[in-house]
Design a protein around this ligand. Sequence first.
Ligand code: CTP
Length: 411
Amino acid sequence: MSLDCLFSRSRHFAGKRLHLGICGSVACYRLTDVLRALRLMDVHVSVTLTAGARQFVTPLLFEALGAMPVYGEMFAPGEDPFAHLEPGQHAQAMLVAPASADALSRLAQGAASDMLSAQALAFEGPLLLAPAMNPRMWRHPATQANVATLRERGARLILPDCGRAACGDEGQGRLAPVEELFWHALRALSPQDMAGRRVLVTLGPTREPWDGVRYWSNPSSGQMGGALALAAWLRGAEVTAVCGPGCPALPSEIRRTEVLTARDMFAAAAEVWPDMHLGCFTAAVADFSPEPYGPDKFKKEGAQDGFSVRFLTNPDILATLSARRLPGQKTLGFAAETAPDMEALMALARAKRARKDADLLAGNRVNGEGSGFGSPTNSMAVTDRNGHEEIWPQQAKSDVAWELLSWLLRL
Ligand code: CTP
């Protein structure tokens, strides 16, 4: 996992606490990445290693990476006699990963015979389980019954991936990708104030083909849109992301439609828009497409003195879907501008908001330092339909996304 994945720069989770239960599985070393990513965000992480986990990794590894405390055996000398209750008193969420077949069985039974099961039994906050085991053990009706019981009681499952297990068997049973664990952990630490809302996000560039090998596009990375999609999902929304090429990875629970051209993006967004509550139009849509030359490669012979290409206008997705708003639907637009300063940017954002009739519009300077295409941060000029305006200093795109959604919810 890149520690620089979406949301890893957010300051929003500083001071929160996650308790991590780690069971004996080859995959348990992968939790060090999740721990490091959470620690970089100043999330307080405590850990319990089961006896099985201690066969693979040592408490020192997790302590050295910033976990505190790291629990082991229940009645270890010097251990706080109430250590089995402590995470339930202080942590806001608990993640068991990798969750072994044995751990799922103990948790389903409500056992309290080892430190991790006792701590889980005394934990009333959100419980996340990321199973990892041999595919036959995962498929076994006993394991599936335990999973069903735990789900019924409100535990959230981060399902194992398919592929080749460490033992060589093929099937479902590999620990989910660490980014998924990280994002689910953040979700469990987030307010669920967008639960029940359906959110559409367009993101990334579009790519307009010209001949068999060339296209017209722009350097959008899809990070701002990815941050919005992720923030809405973290806060409990159901998210549909219409992604141009090269967009970042997103949680698998986000419905993702991949498109290439502006027309395809328009069609995909227009199809789902009537069912949405909020639309966030972050994509850097190509306003024009070159009139197609055809499927063959354009050859330079005969074009030494240059040549002209005619461009055709594409539909404006934000303006068109804003005009089709149903009662209660709200739209957020962006304005990628080259402006000399933030005041000039605000003037451009104000005009663009009115022109496209968006409820909220956030302008960013693509020529500003620490802002624009590919940058992990943005400074913004934000303006809404009620004439309220704010200039935001440079901050992580994840935090910009969070604040924009909060503003949209207030409108
Ligand atoms: N947008 C869109 N469809 C388009 C063009 C833009 O949905 N065909 C949306 C973008 O996603 C963004 C907003 O409109 O939310 C403004 O995009 P921007 O590129 O800044 O403005 P343009 O409309 O392209 O105008 P101009 O290039 O003249 O500034």
